[in-house]
Design a protein around this ligand. Structure first.
Ligand code: NAD
Length: 252
């Protein structure tokens, strides 16, 4: 039987691949035989690329700060110059800024929306054009539990992740007929820098762990199987959906 999950020889761009979930995703794709470009804001992304590329298909690093949208196009061109083409795009880069809504500075709002939503759209547009020509491609957007609920003191993040869920559906509606699958993964509380502030708060930490049916935070590697599935033939008829990988949080 054909291996439905075979990704060998494919190419992928993973934004925000220098640490956390993006690094685990890049590692998983690399181990599946995929040639990967990871993107990040500083030199660390080059170190991570070297660390991941011990053997097998190459892993390249590209430095780009998505708070400036012009850098997204440059980063994409740089990735294509290394890969030749892109079969899989994982829009993973994301950031968090917390303030009460009434005091949220508009500069911080714009930064979060640029990095978490607008950059993902521009990257999907650029990759999508190549995928439309090839009549095949897989786009995986990293959403959040805040694609479904509002959170506290994180209005920009919640708006950006709600937007990611809707963007996933909008792109799937347009491109499904052209051989492109656009889906999202909504991780629960995963143990990365992203939730460091929550973990430091003793009360919040206990409340969160009590609320997660599996009783633990997710590990970055917990997301990899779902990425492989959504990047492979196994998910060929899955389009425009948001898969939760949350230890059961949404079932509570
Ligand atoms: N950790 C969680 O609990 C959790 C839950 C739901 C969703 N997510 C989402 O998963 C994704 C990865 O987050 P993580 O937990 O690995 O966090 P992280 O902070 O460890 O990693 C964030 C990544 O985004 C990149 N990034 C940040 N600002 C950027 C900018 N201005 N330009 C370009 N890249 C930038 C960083 O280089 C880094 O690789 C994010 O989209 C985040 O919103 C995380």
């Amino acid at each position: 039987m054909q291996n439905l999950f075979d990704l060998s020889g494919k190419t992928a761009i993973v934004t925000g691949g220098s640490r956390g979930l993006g690094k685990a995703i890049a590692k998983g794709l690399h181990e599946a035989g995929v040639e990967v470009v990871i993107m990040g804001t500083n030199n660390r992304v080059l170190d991570t690329a070297n660390e991941l590329f011990e053997n097998g298909a190459p892993v390249y690093g590209v430095i780009a700060d998505f708070s400036n949208l012009k850098s997204v196009e440059k980063a994409f061109e740089s990735a294509i110059s290394k890969l030749g083409t892109v079969d899989i795009l994982v829009n993973n880069a994301g950031m968090q800024i917390r303030h009460p809504a009434a005091e949220f500075p508009i500069e911080d709002w714009e930064k979060v929306l640029n990095v978490n939503l607008s950059a993902a759209f521009v990257m999907a547009q650029l990759a999508g054009r190549a995928m439309l020509e090839a009549r095949s491609g897989k786009i995986i957007n990293i959403a959040s539990l805040l694609s479904f609920s509002g959170g506290l003191t994180v209005p920009a993040y919640a708006a950006s992740k709600g937007g990611i869920a809707q963007l996933t559906k909008a792109l799937a509606n347009e491109w499904a007929k052209d051989g492109i699958n656009v889906n999202a993964i909504a991780p629960g509380y995963m143990d990365t820098d992203n939730i460091a502030a929550l973990k430091k708060d003793e009360v919040r930490n206990r409340q969160l762990l009590e609320r997660i049916p599996m009783g633990r935070y997710g590990k970055p590697e917990d997301i990899v199987g779902t990425v492989i599935y959504l990047a492979s033939e196994a998910s060929q008829y899955v389009n425009g959906t948001i898969v939760t990988v949350d230890g059961g949080w949404m079932a509570r």
